[in-house]
Design a protein around this ligand. Structure first.
Ligand code: MN
Ligand code: MN
Length: 464
């Protein structure tokens, strides 16, 4: 029990000075960097999770004591029996596996001025200028009419080529720099430079024109290369999901390697840490549920988002197998959940948008956000103080550090998470996750100590 009259926060670097802790922290960060570098889309993330679960002996069938079900390769429900019956509630950790990016349009390819280009439509909240003039990779899936799925990854292997979006040279940007940022960068100009050389080969159909030479074409060259490597034709793009993401691996940041920089840490840090924590607590008191969602960055809609009935369908099947006849509503209302998502850390260069007393600080552990929402807590889940007190108690007993914060100054902006879609069912839920700098950028930053403390916090919660 904390008996101090005045609350004081302590940096996690002060707490974790032991050699063993430092080693555990470094190992965790190394595994995390590997995960971030390999998983850049929701499909890649769910596949990674499935493989880890199968390695750990989980069944791809809801009903056994350790089981999971994934849906459309984009969302997954994982469950493990506890010592207590599911009828006494559960411990749930939910995170989202989707991240802001650029998606190729369904008619992507065209050529202009001898350059092969691809049209995009951005997904989620991006700052458009951050995507210009940097190496980008293509990750996706193409489904052919016979149902065959072709996975595509170009730009991650050091021998692969990468793609890029062009940016205006400063010499000719005099008018652009006078504009507001929201007007200066247009969504329709986020076109991907895909290639430049020409194809001279002809399609059979061209022969009918009587021409013996085809018109040289950059676009045809691109199609030939896609066809050579993946066996796809232009029409196949209609049934594809092609994502443009920052190319290259995640990296340590800082002279002291104290931070991790990389794409997609909102919210793949929580996916990774929740999975790690979950696999480390095999004999829990209560039933454990882990949920990884898709579509959080675009409002949680669709059949794989948190507003869908997927969670409910899974729980129904779990009840039928584990506690037949038990009412779902009773189980839900006894459930306790962490909506695990990253929190914006206060940025030394933009302190003015934060309110210092209620900000999250890098290196001070995972952060509770009692409510999200904006302008007067609109659309927020506001966690009940009874639940916050319960969490304070279990984390205090386990000596896991944490902080309590709010996103930005009042009326400065805001945001939402999946917490409110879990709260619908009556379970106790609060937002909780590591602080992140440069959130939603192609190179988000987390602190190694926060990642470590967050994993410990998730473990403590899951075994409670
Ligand atoms: Mn998030
Ligand atoms: Mn986000």
């Amino acid at each position: 029990m904390n008996k101090l009259l005045e609350h004081k926060t302590k940096s996690c670097w002060e707490l974790y000075q032991g050699e063993e802790e430092q080693k555990a922290m470094d190992d965790l960060a190394a595994r995390y960097i590997d995960f971030l570098s390999r998983c850049k889309t929701e499909r890649e993330t769910i596949k990674y999770v499935e493989e880890a679960l199968i390695d750990a002996g989980f069944d791809d069938y809801l009903g056994s004591d350790t089981c999971f079900r994934s849906f459309r390769d984009k969302t997954i429900f994982i469950a493990r029996k506890g010592k207590k019956s599911l009828s006494e509630g559960f411990r749930l950790v939910g995170a989202h596996a989707d991240t802001p990016r650029l998606d190729l349009k369904q008619h992507p390819l065209y050529e202009d001025l001898g350059l092969g280009m691809a049209k995009t439509h951005y997904y989620g909240g991006i700052r458009k200028y951050q995507w210009l003039a940097r190496p980008l990779s293509l990750h996706g899936v193409v489904v052919k009419t016979d149902g065959e799925k072709v996975n595509i990854v170009i730009g991650e292997d050091p021998n692969d080529p990468v793609f890029t979006i062009l940016d205006l040279l400063p010499h000719l940007a005099y008018k652009q720099v006078e504009k507001k940022v929201s007007d200066a960068f247009e969504g329709e100009k986020l076109n991907i430079l895909m290639g430049h050389s020409l194809s001279f080969t002809k399609e059979d159909e061209d022969d009918k024109d009587g021409d013996d030479k085809a018109k040289p074409s950059v676009k045809r060259k691109l199609l030939e290369l896609f066809n050579e490597k993946y066996g796809i034709v232009e029409e196949d793009f209609f049934s594809s999901e092609m994502h443009i993401v920052p190319a290259g691996p995640a990296r340590y940041v800082g002279l002291d390697k104290s931070m991790v920089g990389g794409y997609g840490q909102d919210d793949r840090s929580c996916v990774f840490l929740a999975l790690e924590a979950f696999l480390c607590e095999p004999e829990p008191e209560h039933a454990q549920i882990v949920l990884f969602y898709d579509k959080e960055e675009v409002g949680s809609d669709g059949s794989t988002g948190a507003k869908s009935l997927f969670f409910e369908y899974c729980l129904e099947d779990l009840i039928e197998a584990w506690v037949p006849g038990m009412k779902m509503s009773r189980i839900m209302m006894m459930g306790k959940a962490l909506s695990t998502d990253v929190h914006a850390a206060i940025d030394p260069d933009y302190q003015d948008v934060h309110e210092k007393l209620n900000s999250a600080y890098l290196g001070y552990g995972p952060c509770f956000c009692k409510f999200t929402g904006h302008r007067g807590k609109v659309a927020a889940n506001d966690a009940h103080p009874e639940f916050v007190a319960w969490l304070r108690n279990i984390l205090g007993e386990a000596e896991v550090p944490w902080q309590m914060a709010e996103l930005g100054k009042v009326d400065e902006g805001g945001g939402g998470t999946v917490a409110k879609y879990l709260a619908l069912y009556g379970m106790d839920v609060i937002d909780f996750g590591p602080p992140v700098l440069s959130m939603h950028s192609p190179f988000e930053l987390t602190s190694k100590v926060d990642l470590y403390a967050t994993a410990l916090a998730f473990r403590t919660f899951l075994k409670s």
